[in-house]
Design a protein around this ligand. Sequence first.
Ligand code: GDP
Ligand code: IMO
Ligand code: MG
Length: 435
Amino acid sequence: MPSNVIVGLQWGDEGKGKITDLLSKNSDYVIRYQGGNNSGHSIHIKNCSFILHLVPSGIIYPHVQCIIGPGVVIDPKSLMIEFKKLESIGIDISQIFISKRAHITMPYHGVLDQYKEWSLGKQSIGTTHCGVGPTYEDKVSRTGIRMLDLLDKNKFYNKLKYNVEFKNLIITKIYKQSPVSFKSIYDEYIEYAKYFENRVIDSVSTIHQAFQKKKKILFEGAQALLLDIDYGTYPYVTTSSTTTGGACVGSGVPPSFLENFIGISKAYCTRVGNGPFPTEILDSHVLEMIRKKGNEYGSTTNRPRRCGWLDLIALKYSCMINGITHLIITKLDVLSGLDFIQICIHYKMNEKFIYYFPANIDLEKNKLKCIFIKLPGWKQNISHINDYDQLPKNCKNYIKFIESYLNLKCFLISVGSERDQNIIKDQSSFIKIFS
Ligand code: GDP
Ligand code: IMO
Ligand code: MG
């Protein structure tokens, strides 16, 4: 059975939630493998809309087993709220499982995330303040608390004691703020332990057994390549591996288990938070139009998203690192109505043309400029179209241009936020993914 990996190819919010939900119909398992509640994956089905932060986006289908994998960091408070919201709208959450190995976000992580951002001043990352970065810092420094530690009262007590004492030194001495309380955190988290206990599993053996039984597995990435800790626009990135390779690391499977590498790109670009964004649109008229039509506001923090033209240099780099075999373009409907559409095809850095995405992407220091081409736009609303041939000619030309630049076929185009607002452009790829 082929297994599919879905990743974002830009700076997040490409529509991974919508596409994961769509592909979950024919999946037995959906596994989230990195990130934390910093992500917000939206799903719209008729009159029902919700945003998932930690729960895999396969949850709407009752036959799908959803696993929050070892590479994810879990804020139990946020996860409990998510569970209760799903239950309140009648969604069965009995098939959600959590890896024993997943690290836990503690209240001091959120606090440290905020204080660090304040201390950085103008150089702040613009994080979600969810504490995801500090949780991964503790994981790497080997003092983190894992799900299995939470279930062992003594171990949890000792690990928490060490961490609270250490973090309080930083909070009070460096940031000159009030300490956090060991007792209140301990009492709160012991309640979470009771709430989640029956769902905590050894996900590695569960996933490997599923492979042996030829079950269909879908790995759902969070964030996106340009926010990756190693390959993104460092330091303005998140703190996990957002690549297709991250699916192996974050769920404990070998690369040979993965078959179809599905990359999602919007028909333009957005970014929330700070950091370089070469194709950012500063013209307020076009910016407002895209933001309004695309509802470009952060799903986790509600911050207005920065918007820009499609950046093919960045997209090519992203497809290359992820080894994308199947491309999906979302939000094409948002560009309807523009007289022309720009696409970035080269960068100029320090007066020299470059055709690759540079490691030192500092727009001002390296005098980085985008070279755009202009393609004619289309006026018609395309959000009701399901057949590729029905798309306006200029719209098809836009897609063709992207495909030929990337040397990659786009197999699915999304033209609205609803589950059925899609155009299957390449039926054989679609069947391959679904078979
Ligand atoms: P994710 O983090 O990648 O899952 O993306 P988000 O959910 O944060 O943001 C994507 C937003 O675009 C959500 O509000 C989706 O409902 C919406 N969306 C997804 N695909 C389309 C599309 O093709 N057209 C439009 N107009 N909206 C879309
Ligand atoms: P999904 O999965 C968009 C951004 C933050 C900030 C940077 C670091 O919905 O695509 P962090 O809290 O991770 O330390 O913040 O990363 N960021 C996202 N932007 N979509 C996301 O997730 C994001 N998760 C983190 O805005 O710039
Ligand atoms: Mg999102």
